[in-house]
Ligand binder design. Structure first.
Ligand code: C5P
Length: 245
């Protein structure tokens, strides 16, 4: 693992369709988190220009690293085109669904690498989603996957690694098994994080930031415990301090 400061491991999820609110949060959190995550809700409401506005709001100087959580899943040619289309936004992290298959992932990686070189920017970390944590074994069986969710997560993590991608998004409970399967350099981005005593919201299987880092998470995706706080910057600072303690 790299020697990132605890603060740099926090990616704050700005889950809102409201561009002004995302801009305010981004401005308040500049310097307190390692990056901002914008996903489908924000992107479909505000588009690429909305992403630029939020990134710019975060700081007068360099914008914070951007995790563009768009979870691409389509035929390889279309996913490669989607990757190229978002590369001018210079995302630090970009993701696809591992279930799209090996060729879809390798094609996405090639597109990201080529387009980054063309634009003269760093290639984003390319991450895959394995099995959505909203799906249990019964849900998988209903779509024709008889494999238990846990086995499917490991299978797709291994496929992601074979495709040359940088890592996966996973639940805190999956960290140890994926680390064992994929080794120390495979990046693990972990949502479902709750500081001790924080409201769970709709998250069921949570871990504290400190536990998740101790298990081997590289980055923590944290939304409401930061964005729902009266003082988001103070909440982010408290989480970083909790990890460091
Ligand atoms: O507010 P909260 O901390 O629960 O936000 C977690 C973020 O991580 C949300 O953006 C959510 O969509 C995302 N996420 C998740 N579980 C996954 C994958 C992503 O909670 N398995």
């Amino acid at each position: 693992m790299t020697n990132l400061k605890p603060r740099d491991r926090i990616l704050v999820a700005l889950d809102t369709p409201d561009g002004a609110r995302a801009g305010d949060l981004s401005r308040a959190l500049g310097g307190y988190v390692g990056g901002i995550k914008l996903g489908l809700e924000f992107f479909n409401a505000n588009g690429p220009q909305g992403v630029r506005d939020v990134a710019q709001a975060a700081s007068e100087g360099a914008p914070p690293p951007l995790f563009l959580d768009l979870k691409f899943h389509d035929i390889p040619n279309t996913v490669a085109g989607a990757v190229r289309s978002v590369m001018p936004l210079a995302p630090a992290i970009l993701n696809v669904h591992a279930a799209g298959g090996l060729v879809m992932m390798t094609t996405a990686l090639e597109a990201a690498t080529e387009e980054a070189a063309h634009l003269g920017i760093a290639r984003p970390m390319l991450i895959a989603v394995t099995v959505l944590t909203s799906l249990d074994d019964d849900d998988l069986a209903a779509v024709g996957q008889a494999t238990p969710a846990r086995d499917q997560v490991l299978r797709l993590a291994a496929l992601t690694q074979k495709a040359g991608l940088d890592g996966v998004v996973c639940s805190a409970k999956e960290i140890a098994a994926i680390r064992a399967e994929c080794g120390p350099d495979f990046k693990l981005i972990v949502p479902g994080i709750r500081p001790a005593g924080a409201a769970l919201g709709d998250q069921k299987r949570v871990m504290t930031p400190k536990q998740a880092i101790a298990e081997g998470a590289d980055y923590l995706v944290i939304g409401r415990p930061i964005t729902g706080a009266d003082d988001p910057a103070a909440a982010a600072a408290a989480i970083a301090a909790e990890v460091e303690a």
